[in-house]
Design a protein around this ligand. Structure first.
Ligand code: ADP
Length: 502
């Protein structure tokens, strides 16, 4: 028989047969087919060989003097090392093969003599393949088991983090904001029970987070993928306001887009911050007023004649003191409006009158900056505090003028729809980067750190505008393109009962 050289044997076969002629014949056939063959005539030697180096398959004679094939098979199956090796029984010519016993003791197949070479090889191949598949299956099974163990451990770990997180955490659907899961810290913060929250929407639970606020947060999330430390005011079940910072990520749960929000309750911090600002501002005002008085007195030269340099120095000191006073006044103003210490004096007022007044007030500044002011007023009545609306408009106009180049125009426009008066302050100045559009309405936020010095601002103008507009139940926002200019929008409700101030 010709045999082609094979680099690695196909499989390792152990043949146990007490008849040397049988052994020689079978071994030769298998070797010719590329198998590695070990052949032994004594069952005990075969058993030891199989235990020492487990073969891939065993061909086992049934009738042997020392120990019959069934017994050998039983011992193989009883041993951990040889348990999984497929055993095929061979019965010699004229021998009676007890097929039932052959299978009972763990054999996988049997061959009776006289056999056809092809049949032996085919059966061998089949069992080797089955055995290999079984091994693969076992390995995959083991790996799966391992993965399940790891996943369960990870789930347990994250479950613990979720449950014991000191920060309130909520998972809600993106489209409706319907709560799917919340942790105990969330319940502690809001005062609700699990069943009162799950299945309800954020707006149902917290009417202060109106659909508009929710939609704009969703819009921001879809555009940016996440939202960081956005400040909101929420209410507990008892109606207590809490100031919170919310950070949200978009996640997918069972194919549904959801939001994962981590909440940080900063109510106390905020209160202390406000108290601190108010205290510092009050404490600063007294010495500042006496300094400015002293500078004034020096400037009048009643205390002695000043050199030109001396006068210049006093002017610098006076300018900076005035700036400082403006800053402290703005801080106090903001703090007072926010805390409701300054009540709005709502009256019926004409929008066109307010717009014209604001333009007149800013005309001198526009002239000195060589900026044109264009006003398009609308004749409509609003229920508002005229002084505060004027403060808002002059603030927006002053910014628009500050950030315009000489020769450019600043527009003050207005229009009316069924619910709102909309006022627009538009400039063709340097514009505001997209990521700063919301931020500049927060305290001390400027696009450029040098803006306060270069443009004389305090970083409090827009927060004051926002607070005033929100007290009127209105909205303020900005749209801008870098290098092309900005438009600030103020929407004020037309005929809402806002209550009257003192
Ligand atoms: P400030 O007193 O510094 O003007 P604001 O709160 O009024 O404080 O404005 C905050 C910052 O917003 C400004 O310092 C500036 O960086 C930016 N800003 C406001 N209005 C405009 C505008 N019309 N064009 C460009 N940037 C602006």
């Amino acid at each position: 028989m010709s045999n082609s050289p094979i680099a690695t044997p196909k499989a390792d076969i152990l043949v146990i047969d007490d008849t040397p002629e049988n052994l020689a014949l079978l071994s030769q056939i298998l070797k010719d087919k590329g198998y590695k063959v070990r052949s032994v005539t004594k069952p005990s030697t075969g058993l030891r060989g199989a235990q020492a180096a487990p073969p891939d398959l065993i061909l086992l004679d049934v009738k042997m003097p020392e120990m019959d094939g069934y017994e050998v098979c039983k011992r193989l199956k009883a041993d951990q090392r040889t348990h999984d090796i497929p055993v095929i029984f061979i019965s010699a010519l004229g021998e009676l093969l007890d097929k039932v016993t052959a299978f009972e003791v763990g054999g996988v197949d049997y061959i009776t003599k006289p056999f056809q070479v092809e049949e032996v090889l085919a059966r061998l191949e089949t069992h080797l393949t089955i055995c290999n598949l079984q091994k693969q299956l076992q390995a995959q099974n083991k790996q799966l088991q391992q993965e399940i163990v790891e996943r369960t451990a990870a789930e347990e770990k994250f479950g613990v983090i979720f449950r014991y997180s000191p920060n309130p955490i909520a998972i809600a659907t993106l489209t409706e904001g319907r709560f799917l899961d919340i942790n105990p810290s969330f319940l502690k913060l809001t005062g609700y029970s699990q069943t009162e929250v799950i299945g309800r929407t954020i707006a149902e639970l917290n009417p202060s987070l109106t659909p508009e606020i929710y939609d704009s947060a969703v819009q921001y999330l879809l555009e940016n993928g996440s939202l960081h430390n956005k400040e909101y005011e929420i209410y507990t079940k008892e109606g207590q306001p809490r100031v919170v910072l919310i950070s949200t990520e978009l996640i997918e749960l069972a194919g549904v887009q959801c939001t994962l929000s981590i909440i940080n309750d900063i109510t106390e911090r905020k209160r202390m911050e406000d108290e601190f600002i108010s205290l510092v501002s009050h404490e600063l005002r007294t010495p500042m007023n006496s300094i400015i008085g002293a500078l004034d007195l020096l400037g009048t030269q009643k205390l002695g004649t000043l050199t030109e340099l001396g006068q210049q120095t006093i002017n610098i000191a006076t300018n900076n003191m005035e700036r400082l006073i403006r800053l402290v006044n703005d801080i106090l103003d903001l703090e007072r409006i926010k805390s409701g210490k300054i009540a709005m004096r709502y009256i019926e007022c004409q929008a066109d009158k307010l717009l014209n007044e604001a333009t007149q007030a800013m005309q001198a500044m526009a002239d000195s900056a060589q900026v044109n002011l264009s006003v398009e007023p609308t004749s409509v009545q609003i229920h508002a505090d005229p002084d505060r609306i004027l403060q808002t408009l002059t603030n927006l106009l002053s910014n628009a003028i500050k950030f315009s180049e000489p020769g450019e125009t600043v527009w003050l426009r207005s229009s009316v729809n069924c619910e709102y008066l909309q006022i627009e302050v538009q400039d063709r100045g340097r514009g505001i980067p997209q990521d700063k559009l919301q931020l500049i309405f927060e305290r001390f936020q400027q696009v450029d750190a040098s803006d306060s010095r270069a443009k004389g601002g305090t970083g409090l103008g827009l927060p004051i505008c926002r607070t005033i507009v929100e007290q009127h139940n209105g909205r303020i926002w900005v749209e801008s393109s870098l290098g092309e200019g900005s438009t600030f929008y103020v929407q004020l409700p037309l005929s809402k009962e806002l209550g009257t101030g003192d």
